[in-house]
Write a protein that binds this ligand. Structure first.
Ligand code: TRP
Length: 456
C-alpha cells in the first residue's frame, strides 16, 4: 500500500520542526520540576543512574517505535493503530492502545495544568520583588500559602488550560513552531546562568555529589518503578503524544537520528536543572526530599539573593511556563485529533469541549493540596494517585504495547522501510531492544514492584 505523505491535520515544515516540537513536548515540568524533586525523594545518585539506564534501554528504542507507528499511521493514535493493525492482519483491538493513550493524556494534563499554574503565579510573585533578600523559611511559607488556597490554584489552572486550548484550537503548526524555536534555547541559557550562580554558592560540589554519587540508602521499593515511569514521562512516551507528532513528520526525515537528538536534549535539561537546584538546597539548609515544592522554594531564594534576581527570576518562570505550555499541547493533541477525525467536528469546538472536561478533573488536583488533603487513595492524595497511575502504570504499559506492536505484530519489511536505517548493526540492535529487552525490562520492574508491594 502506498504510504500517505500527509495527515488531514497538517505536517511539520521540516525535520527541524519535528525536533523542536518533540523537544518542546519532552522538555517541560518533568525536567525542571519533577526530576529534581523525585531525585531528592529517592536519595540522588543511584536513582539518577537508574533513570539514565531506563532512558537508554527503554526510552530511546520505544520512542523510535512510537514515532514509527505514528508516521506510518498518519492519524490520531486510535485510528492509526486500527489502520496499522489492519495492514498487519492483526485484530482491531489494537485501537484500544490508542484509546488508553488518549485517556492517559487527558488525565496527565488535568494535573499538569495545576502545576504549570504555580509557575504562572511565580512569574508575578518574583516580579513583584516578594523574594528579595528572603530567607528559606519565608520561601517555604510562601509556597505553602499558595497550595493552601483553592481559589488561587483554581485561578491559575484556569489560565493555563485556556492557554493550552487556545493553541490547540489554532492548530499545532501555526503559533507553536515559532515560539518553541526561540524558547527552547533561551531556557537552556537561563539554566546555565542559574548553574553559574549555583557554582558560586559554595555548595555546588555537594549538589553535584548528591546527583552523581552512588548512595543507596534512600532508595525504596518504589524507586525503580518511579525511575522508569519518569523515563516515559519525560520523553512524553507511551500515550500517543509522540505518535501523533510522528504522524506530522515528513517522510524523508530519519527517525533514529531525530529521536536520539530529542532524548539527548531532554536529558541534558533535566541534569542541568538538577545541578542548578541541589546546590541551593544544601547551601540553604533545605530538605532534598521536600517533594513537589522543591523548585518553588529553592529557586525564588536564589533569585531573591542575586543581582538582578527579580529580572532573571521572572524570565525563568516565564520560560518554565512556556516549556510546560509546549508540553501540555501534546498531551491533548491526540484526543483533539481523534475527535476531529471521528465526528468531523471543528478543532475549535473540540478544544472547548475537551478543555472544559480536563479543567473539571483538574479541580481534583487543586483540592488535593488543601481541602482534600487528608482524603486518601491507597495512602496517596488524589494528585499523587493520579500521577502514580498515569506515569508509573499507564505510560509504561502503553510503552510495552507499542514495543510489542512494532517488534512482533507489524510486518518486518514495513518496519524496515519506515525506519530506513542504513546501518544493519544499528537496525538489528534496535530491533533486538524493542522486541526483547525493552518489554522485558518494563515488565520485570513491574513484577518486582508488585512483589515488593505485596510482601512488605
Ligand atoms: N514530557 C513532558 C514533561 O516532561 C510532559 C508530557 C508532554 C508528557 N506530553 C506527554 C508526558 C505525554 C507523558 C506523555 O514535562
Amino acid at each position: 500500500m502506498p504510504r500517505a505523505s500527509q495527515s488531514i491535520h497538517g505536517i511539520w515544515g521540516s525535520r527541524l520542526t519535528f525536533i523542536l516540537a518533540a523537544t518542546g513536548s519532552a522538555v517541560g515540568l518533568g525536567n525542571i520540576w519533577k526530576f529534581p524533586y523525585i531525585t531528592g525523594e529517592n536519595g540522588g545518585g543511584a536513582f539518577v543512574l537508574m533513570y539514565l539506564f531506563c532512558i537508554l534501554i527503554v526510552g530511546i528504542p520505544i520512542m523510535m517505535a512510537e514515532v514509527l507507528l505514528g508516521r506510518r499511521g498518519r492519524q490520531s493514535p486510535v485510528n492509526a493503530m486500527i489502520e496499522l493493525a489492519r495492514e498487519a492482519g492483526a485484530p482491531r483491538v489494537w485501537g484500544l492502545l490508542g484509546w488508553i493513550g488518549v485517556v492517559a493524556g487527558f488525565l496527565i494534563l488535568s494535573y499538569y495544568s495545576v502545576i504549570a499554574g504555580w509557575a504562572l503565579e511565580y512569574v508575578l510573585r518574583v516580579g513583584e520583588g516578594t523574594f528579595i533578600g528572603a530567607k528559606s523559611e519565608f520561601a517555604g511559607s510562601a509556597f505553602n500559602e499558595l497550595t493552601a488556597s483553592p481559589g488561587r490554584l483554581a485561578f491559575w489552572h484556569t489560565v493555563f488550560m485556556f492557554m493550552t486550548m487556545f493553541v490547540v484550537a489554532k492548530g499545532v503548526n501555526r503559533g507553536l513552531e515559532a515560539a518553541v524555536r526561540i524558547l527552547m534555547p533561551a531556557l537552556l541559557v537561563l539554566l546555565m546562568i542559574l548553574i553559574g550562580y549555583a557554582v558560586n554558592s559554595g555548595s555546588f560540589m555537594q549538589g553535584f555529589d548528591f546527583l552523581f554519587s552512588m548512595r543507596t540508602e534512600n532508595l525504596n521499593a518504589n524507586s525503580l518503578v518511579i525511575a522508569m515511569g519518569h523515563a516515559f514521562f519525560t520523553l512524553s512516551l507511551g500515550m500517543g503524544a509522540i505518535m501523533i507528532y510522528g504522524a506530522y513528520m515528513p517522510r524523508n526525515a530519519s527517525i533514529g537520528a531525530t529521536v536520539c537528538v530529542v532524548a539527548l536534549l531532554d536529558t541534558l535539561v533535566a541534569l542541568v536543572a538538577g545541578l542548578a537546584i541541589f546546590p541551593l538546597v544544601f547551601a540553604n539548609g533545605l530538605e532534598a526530599g521536600a517533594g513537589p515544592g522543591l523548585m518553588f522554594v529553592t529557586l525564588p531564594l536564589a533569585f531573591g539573593n542575586m543581582p538582578f534576581g527579580s529580572f532573571f527570576g521572572v524570565l525563568f518562570f516565564v520560560l518554565v511556563s512556556f516549556a510546560a505550555w509546549s508540553s501540555s499541547i501534546s498531551l491533548i493533541e491526540p484526543a483533539v485529533a481523534w475527535m476531529v477525525e471521528r465526528f468531523g467536528m471543528s478543532r475549535v469546538k473540540t478544544s472547548i469541549g475537551l478543555g472544559i472536561a480536563v479543567w473539571l478533573v483538574g479541580l481534583g488536583t487543586v483540592f488535593s493540596f488543601n481541602i482534600w488533603k487528608s482524603f486518601n487513595v491507597f495512602g496517596l492524595t488524589f494528585f499523587d494517585a493520579l500521577d502514580f497511575l498515569t506515569a508509573n502504570i499507564m505510560l509504561p504499559l502503553g510503552g510495552v504495547a507499542i514495543a510489542v506492536f512494532a517488534g512482533w505484530v507489524m510486518r518486518e519489511p514495513d518496519v524496515h522501510a519506515e525506519l530506513a536505517i542504513e546501518s544493519k548493526t544499528i537496525y538489528r540492535t534496535w530491533r533486538f531492544l524493542v522486541r526483547f529487552v525493552s518489554p522485558a525490562a518494563v515488565l520485570f520492574i513491574f513484577a518486582l514492584t508488585m512483589y515488593r508491594y505485596f510482601t512488605q
